[in-house]
Write a protein that binds this ligand. Structure first.
Ligand code: FE2
Ligand code: FE2
Length: 169
């Protein structure tokens, strides 16, 4: 998380658009999924990073990006589909959290990985293309700033993979 935040701060210096920020996060989460899928082994610490990253990412998109596009005829249909895809992702995340076997968790993480990859392709393809017709360049930079601020505020509330253990007596 800490490392991720310094990367985001670094990115902000380049005056990114919301598309730059979202693409960076997409690439980061795809790398995390790949670690589990390549090893064919469920790893709780990596899954917790995926879950936290996706939860913040989806909340930020819905609040600051989709909300700007859902009432425009150009982007409305794609945004409604994207909300549904987020809901599917959230459901699989809940299912993983309530599964007790690592084999079942691995199966669900792999399905989540495929679903999220598909969702990312749709966002980076059609949705971003159409969003660029709807949003001004100023909007695109402003939403990026809001997205990062929002994330910074929420970060301390996220559950961490390994809570610090009390010092030994
Ligand atoms: Fe996204
Ligand atoms: Fe999304």
């Amino acid at each position: 998380m800490q490392e991720e935040m310094s990367k985001t701060k670094e990115m902000m210096r380049g005056n990114p658009t919301i598309y730059d920020i979202l693409k960076q996060e997409h690439n980061d989460v795809k790398k995390l999924f790949k670690q589990i899928v390549d090893e064919q082994r469920y790893q709780d610490s990596i899954y917790m990073k995926i879950k936290n990253a996706l939860t913040l990412h989806m909340a930020g998109e819905e609040k600051l990006f989709y909300s700007r596009l859902e009432n425009n005829a150009e982007t409305r249909q794609l945004v409604l589909e994207a909300y549904e895809e987020h809901d599917v992702g959230k459901k699989v995340i809940n299912d993983i959290d309530s599964s007790s076997s690592d084999d079942v968790k691995l199966a669900k993480v792999k399905v989540l990985s495929e679903a999220i990859k598909e969702h990312i392709n749709e966002e980076e393809g059609d949705l971003f293309k159409k969003a660029k017709k709807v949003l001004s360049s100023e909007d695109e930079h402003e939403i990026a700033r809001q997205f990062v601020n929002e994330k910074m505020q929420k970060m301390p509330n996220m559950s961490m993979p390994n809570p610090p253990s009390p010092p030994p007596m």
